[in-house]
Write a protein that binds this ligand. Structure first.
Ligand code: CIR
Length: 259
């Protein structure tokens, strides 16, 4: 899918009050700086950017990926598993409507975070991440998304998410039929015919999440072994992600790509 522009939302001043399992308080000034560099990375990858307003009431609202799934036929609005994030979807819904992008459906029968969806061309991998320590995407949410995708002619498959926040936290589609993933997901991706599955080197699990944009890959700085693995696949753009990582966020979380 060829993308034309990205929707991004800068971190609000309440950013450090967001949800996280990581240690360490994020530095707000640095987070803003890293967000600007991220937007610059999107520009280098050839995308126009629509910068939406910040919202102090939603500390996690810069992680806009969790609010919607954008297909080439339109958008599916999510219903995040955590109560504190549900209100983020209304704002994004208004923007999507104002842009005239069709809304194909809205998750209402369970919970689903956009970060649990990894798209490989026209196939969607959906993570069910809800477990005792991580109240996120539920099976009912997965089933409803499968139904909507199916109605639109897309195929999908399910993957349990065991140790990370979302499916996309530990994997991403890096183009050319290749999935880059942390080892625990590899067996599930390998069930899918025609896909090549590459595991992240030990200690570089955070780099499993990259943003493929047309012929470019946005990846976090500081993961040299993974960089070596992907550098022949696309033009690599490296971004500092330290402050978003402290809030459990990764590369794809910070944007929604519109074809
Ligand atoms: C959260 O816990 O919801 C945020 N602090 C991080 C969300 C990251 N989003 C993503 O992986 N798609």
């Amino acid at each position: 899918m060829k993308y034309k522009f990205a929707l991004v939302r800068p971190p609000p001043s309440t950013f450090s009050k967001g949800l996280t399992t990581e240690e360490g308080n994020p530095d707000y000034e640095l987070a803003k700086e890293q967000h600007r560099a991220y937007c610059e990375g999107l520009r280098k990858a050839g995308l126009g950017r629509i910068r939406l307003s910040k919202d102090e009431d939603f500390p996690d609202s810069c992680f806009i990926e969790d609010t919607a799934i954008i297909t080439n036929k339109g958008v599916i609005l999510t219903n995040p598993g955590t109560f504190s994030r549900r209100g983020e979807v209304n704002f994004v819904e208004n923007i999507i409507s104002a842009l005239g992008i069709p809304i194909l459906g809205k998750i209402s029968e369970g919970y689903l975070d956009g970060g649990d969806v990894v798209k490989a061309d026209n196939h969607y991998f959906i993570g069910y991440s809800c477990r005792n320590d991580n109240i996120r995407t539920t099976i009912r949410g997965v089933k409803q998304l499968e139904k909507i995708l199916n109605q639109q002619g897309y195929t999908s498959s399910r993957i349990p998410v065991k140790s990370v926040l979302h499916l996309s936290t530990g994997s991403s589609y890096v183009g050319k039929n290749i999935i880059l993933t942390i080892p625990e997901n590899a067996v599930f991706y390998r069930k899918h015919n025609g896909l090549k599955v590459i595991e992240t080197p030990e200690g570089e699990e955070y780099a499993a999440n990259m943003r493929l944009i047309n012929n470019h890959l946005l990846m976090p700085i500081g993961y040299p072994k993974t960089k070596k693995i992907v550098q022949s696949l696309a033009n690599i753009i490296q971004i500092s992600m330290s402050e978003f990582k402290k809030q459990d966020g990764s590369m794809t979380c910070l944007s929604l790509l519109v074809p």
